[in-house]
Design a protein around this ligand. Sequence first.
Ligand code: IPM
Ligand code: MG
Length: 357
Amino acid sequence: MEKNIAVIWGDCSSPEIVKQTLRVLDKVAEKYGHTFHYTDAAMGGEAIDKYGDPLPQHELDKCLAADSVLLGAVGGPKWEGLPGEQRPEKGLLRLRAGMGLYSNNRPAKIWPQLAPASPLKPEIVAEGIDFIIVRELIGGVYFGKHETYTLENGEKQAVDSMPYSEHEIERIGRIGFETAMKRRRKLCCVDKANVLDTSRLWRAVMHRLQAEYPEVEYSEMFVDNCAMQVVKDPSQFDVIVTENMFGDIISDEASMITGSIGMIPSSSLGDGTRGLYEPIHGSAPDIAGKDIVNPTACILSAAMMLRYSFGMAEEADAIENAVNKVLDKGLRTADNMSEGCTCLGCTAMGDAILAEI
Ligand code: IPM
Ligand code: MG
């Protein structure tokens, strides 16, 4: 097969992980007889430096013209002082919205080899950690009205609104149910229905969908309780469906209990097969340029791209099996290192994964 991939190299330590990921994709292409064409697209800090805009239309167009998009991570201290509209993160939000990617899938699955790196007690980890967070990605408070204004008494006030309409909830709710049907058939809607109107509307829409999926064991949980349950008994979860900001927060927490945020990939999809694939971690400015960042989450994101956008299941398995073998050999990076293992840098970890494909 021939595929066009738009590549957003990202900021700070991100280009280091993207470089290793493209090496892995090239190896897969060679082994399975595919051709991947890469088109660089600038977004985030890189685009601000080049064009004074975190996502100019011509760069978004490159992503829209591709079969899928691979992204490292954007942002860093250099751009932190900029106003909200011009920050690197705004580029990411505009990319997600511009591509219509309302469904963000973030697997929280522990690799058994990394159990010692989990901050949870061994007896909790032993129960199993294997769930998916289905996060709504282009609605809610991220895309509501943001405003700072001055009151009559001279005091400043700010407001961020959190709108959700029924069709936005329904399409992500359906992804939640469909994802559960392919797994252990348990779906938990995470919200704050004791306080928020948006959450109450979510529940009403979810109840309508529930009637279409009688095989799914459906439950609801307040987000504060969910934050607690994720560390107390993560084995209870199969699929969590939730709004944008709750998903952002719970997915960081969920990644941590699996041993390292450096291992978790993600997919973002809309109605078609074109997606955006990115690790859930940030651009790690503190370790940029040191060749010590973990490239695995980005490499696993590429595996998700092969599986979900290109229908290349065998090729995706090949990458995931390679990561598994590398972990079996006790090879680690600084973020998930534990006693008795060997700590590799970014390039060496890329080499190790390549060698297993
Ligand atoms: C994520 C990130 C982004 C988000 C930031 C960089 C805007 O934290 O992908 O989880 O909040 O969605
Ligand atoms: Mg986040």
